[in-house]
Design a protein around this ligand. Structure first.
Ligand code: SF4
Ligand code: SF4
Ligand code: SF4
Length: 324
């Protein structure tokens, strides 16, 4: 069996994410002295706690990492992001997915993202903790663990082993709020993948602005793409636009799920942008014969590969620059 670089990237990301998530969850839910220290260390590398305490070093490091490699923070370092991946994966474990469980490209919710980010930034500057604590992904996940999972784990420990532990339960209101917020985020993840990450989360929006210009990014080779849509259906961030063959880097969380599903080796994680080998055939929209402008709206299967065009859109297979 041949191991492809796409598989190595994807499995490397999964292993790193699981290590981080297990360490954070164990640190936040366990009793005693050893594991809770893990949670303290992991909190130090989280973006929002650093932003709220003006921890410039952590913020600058993550911005540089994002500028180089995209939103790897969201795939590996954020336990709420990994939790959403687990929730979204569970109903999609079966081999043949029904169509309603396949991901599809969606337009970015730019206005909602910006409003959410502006709201949280103002709350940080004005010190309004109620807003920041309910939009901070680390806080949301740590409250889910400490208010809900930790008391349950403590009760299980007291039944199964000795000596007993002292269960520190949160208030009923705190527990209810934690369950509601985590429940809504988990449900959104089950339905559509990273919806919270790409609509409400202020960290995701901030990193997204930097990731837009990231050096390494997902790129589609339009000469090889057959428009099979397998990558789009695997993308939990709904950010692969196959009409224009562009991946929205501001929403891509560098999970690499789209790479191994492509049977044509047409999608890559790379620093370069693919140049069309026959650019005149795809740039029909730019051609202005006699002052008119062609439009390709509605052409969903266009490719620079004539054979692919023939197969997908027989009517477009012979598009070429008209003589002027
Ligand atoms: S967008 Fe927010 S919640 Fe999602 S993974 Fe990134 S930091 Fe975590
Ligand atoms: S990039 Fe690959 S998986 Fe995606 S549509 Fe093109 S051929 Fe299919
Ligand atoms: S384009 Fe989608 S599937 Fe591919 S790495 Fe980005 S988020 Fe993951």
């Amino acid at each position: 069996m041949r191991i492809r670089s796409a598989d190595i990237l994807r499995w490397g990301r999964i292993v790193a994410a699981l290590i981080m998530w297990v360490a954070a969850t164990a640190g936040l839910t366990s009793y005693g002295m050893t594991f809770p220290r893990l949670a303290v260390w992991i909190e130090r590398v989280q973006f929002m706690p650093a932003a709220m305490t003006f921890g410039i070093t952590t913020i600058v490091i993550w911005l540089i990492v994002t500028l180089l490699f995209g939103r790897v923070y969201c795939s590996v370092a954020c336990p709420l992001g990994v939790w959403q991946d687990i929730c979204s994966r569970l109903p999609r474990l079966r081999r043949h997915l029904p169509s309603h469980l396949r991901y599809r490209y969606s337009q970015p919710l730019t206005l909602l993202r910006n409003i959410s980010l502006a709201f949280v930034a103002a709350a940080i500057l004005l010190g309004i903790n109620i807003v920041t604590s309910h939009t901070d992904p680390w806080k949301i996940y740590s409250e889910l663990c400490t208010d809900v999972a930790k008391p349950i784990w403590g009760a299980a420990v007291n039944i199964l082993s000795y000596p007993p532990v002292m269960i520190a339960a949160a208030s009923l209101t705190g527990t209810t709020i934690s369950i509601i917020i985590a429940g809504v985020i988990s449900w959104l993840a089950v339905k559509n993948g990273r919806t919270f990450c790409n609509s409400i989360c202020p960290v995701g929006t901030t990193l997204g602005y930097v990731a837009k210009y990231s050096i390494y990014h997902i790129d589609i080779n339009t000469d090889k793409c057959t428009q099979c849509r397998k990558c789009e259906q695997a993308c939990k961030a709904s950010c692969i636009d196959l009409t224009s063959h562009v991946v929205d880097s501001s929403r891509c969380v560098e999970c690499f799920d789209c790479l191994p599903v492509c049977e044509n080796d047409a999608i890559h994680y790379t620093w370069s942008r693919h140049q069309l080998s026959t650019p005149l055939m795809i740039k029909v929209g730019d051609i202005k014969p006699s002052g008119t402008r062609f439009k390709l709206d509605g052409c969903t299967g266009c490719s620079s590969n004539p054979q692919v065009n023939q197969q997908n859109n027989p009517q477009n297979a012979t598009i070429s620059r008209p003589s002027e």
